[in-house]
Write a protein that binds this ligand. Structure first.
Ligand code: GLU
Length: 482
């Protein structure tokens, strides 16, 4: 059975690259009727873990990447957490020591620092000083409680492995360091626990970022030392910025949580990241998780870094927003609209209806209506519109008539009534619709485009504000033309 795992280290945020790894792992498992496992790799980061684990957990829940197995936490599967399994790793290391595939190292921190200092690059491979200690010396040290670590004994020769994305990779073992497997506090290093757990959890496919390619030969040497089967490797290319530089949370690039805070929907983000490094081989761009489960194939994975394109994500997000059930959309957008538009008497549901087909992030909805509270400063050139057959002079004479109309209109100030009255005026003056509607729309919004037309704007703003804005436009035009 295909078994994959998502093995995040708890950092306190969900990097887009990590989430993509989780998604692909999930898809590889689901597409093969396999199982997806969640393992928190926290042996190096004991502090700060609780919230960080919570965040990983929440992210997977929001995104629908449900894991299939784990310790029971109140009737559901929790994640496997390495710090809770810390007792199991030492015995495996001791087994390797016995088989001479690993060895005790009693070197002091000072000695190691000295080694590093004296190396050309400031980082030295361990010089294997302790590999050559006699049995007696080792026993003596252990008896006297001299602190030690356990190191992997890297054999001579070359290591080759096959990666689903990158193909065959060979390195000379002389490039590899005798890495520490068990630290002086008896806990495993990240690299060691990772391999032991992948084996114990019967992971068949290891999917992770390409930054792990260089460590993989060391992992494989451990598998070989134990006589265990090596998993299939799927290393994924980096996600970069448009300029090719690395995405980094520290440099302010958005994490998954940041994207949600910016008003992206989790489904849209997941859809987008599915396509960051994978191509379905068709033109389809919108995928539900279910569709991805059916269509995802490792053959579509790319080797080259994929650039994160916020504009593309915005486009996808707008498509997802359009498809939302209106009530659900309203629930999401209402707080933003209410925080952004302060005028009284506003029908926020109406605003939401206009917004749903026009915005690309939930948070940006108020920008559509920023003209309601205060009319923006605008240039009279906005009144010039060739297709509408209108210019500043036509607009001025139209608006003078509209002002008279608005001042004497006594019916209910509704979109329908305003529209009919404006069209009646068009007919009376023998004009084209646009020669009245465009100047009114422009005068009321002060913007080159608005989420609705003249009569809807007038209804939205109310009679008083509409009249004020028409008066203001007339003044502006008169000043310009005289
Ligand atoms: N804990 C590693 C990380 O967060 C995962 C490495 C792996 O998947 O093997 O990057």
């Amino acid at each position: 059975m295909v078994r994959t795992r998502f093995a995040p280290s708890p950092t306190g945020y969900m990097h887009i690259g990590n989430l993509r790894t989780a998604l692909y792992e999930y898809l590889i498992a689901k597409g093969n009727n396999g199982q997806f496992i969640l393992r928190i790799e926290d042996t190096d980061q004991a502090r700060y873990v609780e919230d960080a684990v919570e965040l990983i957990y929440k992210t997977l829940e929001i995104t629908g990447l449900k894991h299939d197995e784990g310790p029971d936490i109140g009737g559901e599967y929790g994640p496997y957490v390495q710090s809770e399994r810390k007792g199991i790793y030492l015995d495996y290391a001791l087994e390797l020591v016995k088989a001479k595939k690993a060895y005790y190292c009693f070197c002091t921190v000072e000695r190691l620092e000295e080694l590093h200092k004296n190396s050309d690059l400031g980082i030295a491979k361990y010089d294997r000083h302790c590999m050559h200690l006699s049995e007696k010396e080792i026993e003596e040290n252990l008896k006297n409680g001299v602190p030690y670590v356990i190191r992997q004994a890297i054999p001579e020769g070359k290591s080759t492995f096959n990666d689903v994305v990158y193909g065959e990779i060979t390195i000379d073992n002389s490039e590899l360091d005798d890495q520490v497997l068990i630290k002086s506090d008896g806990l495993p290093t990240y690299n060691f626990a990772n391999v032991i757990d992948d084996h114990l959890m019967k992971i068949t496919h290891v999917v992770r970022g390409s930054e792990y390619i260089s460590s993989t030969p060391k992992y494989n040497l451990l598998y070989e030392a134990f006589g265990w089967e090596i998993p299939t490797y799927v290393h994924l290319p980096l996600i970069v910025k448009k300029d090719g530089s690395k995405i980094s949370k520290r440099k302010g690039d958005a994490s998954f949580e940041d994207l949600l805070k910016m008003g992206f929907l989790p489904e849209a983000v997941m859809n987008y990241i599915a396509l960051l490094g994978w191509s379905p081989g068709t033109n389809q761009e919108i995928f539900s998780l279910k569709e991805l489960e059916e269509q995802f194939d490792v053959k579509g994975l790319s080797k080259s870094p994929s650039a994160f394109d916020e504009d593309k994500l915005k486009w996808l997000n707008s498509e997802y927003i359009k498809k939302l059930d209106f009530d659900k959309f309203y629930e999401m957008v209402e707080p933003f609209l209410k925080a952004g538009v302060k005028s009284s008497g506003i029908d926020f549901k109406e605003l939401a209806k206009m917004a749903q087909s026009r915005i690309d992030t939930i948070n940006s909805a108020p920008e559509l209506f920023d003209f309601i509270d205060t009319l923006p400063e605008y240039s009279t050139e906005l009144f010039i519109h060739k297709k509408m057959k209108t210019d500043e002079a036509v607009s001025l004479s139209s608006l003078i008539k509209v002002l008279e109309l608005f001042e004497k209109m006594d019916g209910q100030w509704t979109n329908d009534y305003i529209y009919e009255s404006l069209i009646a005026l068009v007919n009376e003056l023998g004009l084209k619709n646009g020669q009245i509607l465009w100047p009114v729309r422009t005068a009321l919004s002060g913007k080159p485009s608005s989420p609705c037309g003249a009569s809807e704007l007038a209804e939205l703003l109310g009679r008083e504000k509409s009249i004020e804005r028409i008066q203001y436009a007339i003044e502006l035009l008169q000043n310009k033309l005289n």
